[in-house]
Ligand binder design. Structure first.
Ligand code: NDP
Length: 347
């Protein structure tokens, strides 16, 4: 079958595209402009006719995907802004919601061949700050971030604006599915990953072009001035993560297993504090750069209390990814990521 992948130029999307092609699917990717097609066409040239691209300039525009969904069998909607520097929360919230609902509308109207839509959601729409350590599962919803955005507007912390955008977009998707249920012969799966790290295969030629999560990963490992106060530095409480290659596989499995339909599914290797990655990183890069081996505020004595943990039994059951052991480890991911930087001559 042929899968439409929105935002094919992104960090995660590029791996989703590769995973789908490797699994034998054909892929039609969407990018925002003609010049973004050049790199991707080269990257996936070996798959021949199985890979094609179309330009969708603005995912938030009415009917943006009307043409793109024609003739495909399934859709992976990954395009959504993940930035921490938005001033007006609507810079994130509007494209997130309109892109998501717009895709579903286009499928409803023009995607007569579509059997399933898989949305790249996020654990951002699952978690909320809790003073006690908590294990979250698919029944949990982040009610907090949208409320904070309503109360604080532009003053809301950047990460909270992003969390709100993902929560509101996922809510809107499920509401849409409920509302138009009687007119549909297709279903929805939402894959909810926490922070996504790993090597890059999309168009990045300098570290400054990295997406938000991998850019932070790069800084945490290579910049000695990185401190506990940076926004993604989840020190005391820890956070959770998944390797981007495993997330690519998760998307493929979401298309392959009939029973995944109608489900939101959390995928993660588990929780981490940065020290876990630092411990497994090599000592020195070819250029002589020393990878960080301790960041102030990060050198926590065990046992670390992970405030945010996830129950991944649903992913095990529906996507066939065994809890913990089915995912790449911290050591494998940090070594492969560093090797990627070294091959690019960045470090
Ligand atoms: P990227 O920034 O690499 O990719 C984002 C993609 O969305 C790009 O293709 C980008 O297009 C497109 N996009 C962003 N804003 C707009 C817009 N306003 N209009 C049209 N297209 C837009 O980030 P990721 O790969 O990390 O993110 C992909 C998805 O994964 C997102 O839905 C994100 O929320 C989700 N996610 C990411 C996590 C992470 O840690 N990285 C964690 C959990 C979920 P362009 O290339 O042209 O900018």
């Amino acid at each position: 079958g042929k899968v439409l992948v929105s935002g094919a130029s992104g960090f995660i999307a590029a791996w989703v595209v590769r995973s789908l092609l490797e699994a034998g699917f054909s892929v039609r990717g969407t990018v925002r402009s003609e010049n973004k097609t050049v790199y991707l066409k080269k990257e996936f040239a070996s798959y021949g006719d199985a890979f094609e691209l179309v330009v969708v300039p603005d995912i938030a525009a009415e009917g943006a995907f009307d043409e793109a969904v024609r003739g495909v069998d399934a859709v992976a909607h990954t395009a959504s802004p993940f930035r921490l520097d938005a001033v007006d929360p609507d810079e994130l919230i509007l494209p997130a919601i309109r892109g998501t609902v717009g895709m579903l509308k286009s499928v409803l109207k023009h995607g007569s061949g579509v059997k399933r839509v898989v949305i790249t959601g996020s654990c951002a729409s699952v978690i909320h700050a809790d003073p006690e350590p908590k294990t979250f599962s698919e029944v949990d919803w982040n009610e907090q971030s949208p409320k904070e955005v309503e109360e604080m507007g532009r003053e809301t912390p950047g990460m909270t604006k992003y969390f709100a955008s993902k929560t509101l977009a996922e809510r809107a998707a499920w509401n849409f599915m409920k509302e138009y249920k009687s007119q549909m012969n297709w279903d929805l799966v939402v894959i909810n990953p926490p922070f996504v790290f790993g090597p890059t295969i999309h168009d990045v030629t300098t570290p400054s072009m990295l997406n938000t999560s991998t850019s932070h990963f790069f800084t945490m490992l290579t910049d000695p001035s990185t401190s506990a106060s940076s926004p993604l530095a989840t020190f005391r409480s820890g956070a959770a993560w998944i390797d981007v290659r495993d997330l690519g596989t998760a998307h493929v499995r979401a298309f392959q297993n009939e029973e995944a339909g109608g489900e939101r599914i959390i995928v993660t290797e588990g929780s981490y504090v940065w020290q876990n990655f630092l411990d497994e990183a090599p000592e020195v890069s070819p250029k002589g750069l020393r990878y960080q081996k301790g960041i102030s505020g990060c050198d926590i004595e065990p046992p670390v209390v992970h405030h945010v943990q996830y129950d991944t039994r649903k992913a095990a059951k529906l996507l066939g990814i065994p809890v913990k052991s089915g995912y790449r480890s911290i050591g494998e991911t940090v070594r492969d990521t560093v090797a990627d930087w070294e091959a690019r001559g960045w470090v």
